[in-house]
Design a protein around this ligand. Structure first.
Ligand code: SAH
Length: 175
């Protein structure tokens, strides 16, 4: 499977620490304390960071290797995170179980057909007062180096506005 293969060696997105955009969200107090789900968590850096900052964190990823690495880091660092091998398109959690969902580079990997399925699943596990924070490659990102599919503001609105109130779409400003 493609995602499993990506973790045979360190993948380029795995920066060995949390994404600065999520560090900034926490610093700015934008994420309400409580239970957070990291979808497509990879080797877990964002979820581990959140757990170290007082959140009750869960991470899911389809790549077994990534989840194993994430679990090993949690043990090594003495941080508690529930890391699971699970498909973000068929989340096995109760309705309204999370206060926040974070997505660091997952949404932009989905096909058009998967997008609304994903959005509905996120809305379900969040409940009415929850927040979803997504970091993705935007249409402003140059395409000359390849990389994942770029996502436009219009596409974000088309996917999420049927189920979510969109608070903002902004540049991470972090390169
Ligand atoms: N969030 C991590 C990884 C981003 S790469 C980081 O910031 O480093 C995208 C991740 O999504 C990969 O780890 C891949 O295995 C995972 N993924 C892809 N499709 C998925 C799906 N349907 N459900 C769960 N995880 C998925």
């Amino acid at each position: 499977m493609r995602w499993e293969d990506a973790y045979k060696t360190a993948p380029p997105w795995d920066i060995g620490g949390p994404q600065p955009a999520f560090v900034e969200l926490v610093r700015a107090g934008e994420m309400r304390a409580g239970r957070v789900l990291d979808v497509g968590c990879g080797t877990g850096e964002n979820a581990l960071f959140l757990a170290q900052n007082g959140f009750v964190a869960t991470g899911v990823d389809v790549a077994r290797q990534a989840v194993q690495e994430a679990r090993a880091k949690a043990v090594e660092r003495g941080v508690e995170v529930d890391f699971r091998i699970e498909n973000a398109l068929s989340l096995d959690f109760k309705n309204g179980q999370f206060d926040s969902v974070i997505d660091s580079g997952l949404f932009h990997t989905f096909s058009d057909g998967d997008r609304p399925v994903f959005a509905a699943g996120i809305a379900r596990v969040l409940g009415a007062s929850g927040n979803y924070f997504m970091l993705c490659f935007s249409e402003k990102e140059p395409t000359d180096w390849g990389g994942p599919r770029r996502v436009s503001q219009r596409e974000i609105e088309a996917t999420f506005s049927p189920l979510f109130k969109i608070n903002y779409v902004r540049s991470s400003g972090l390169g």
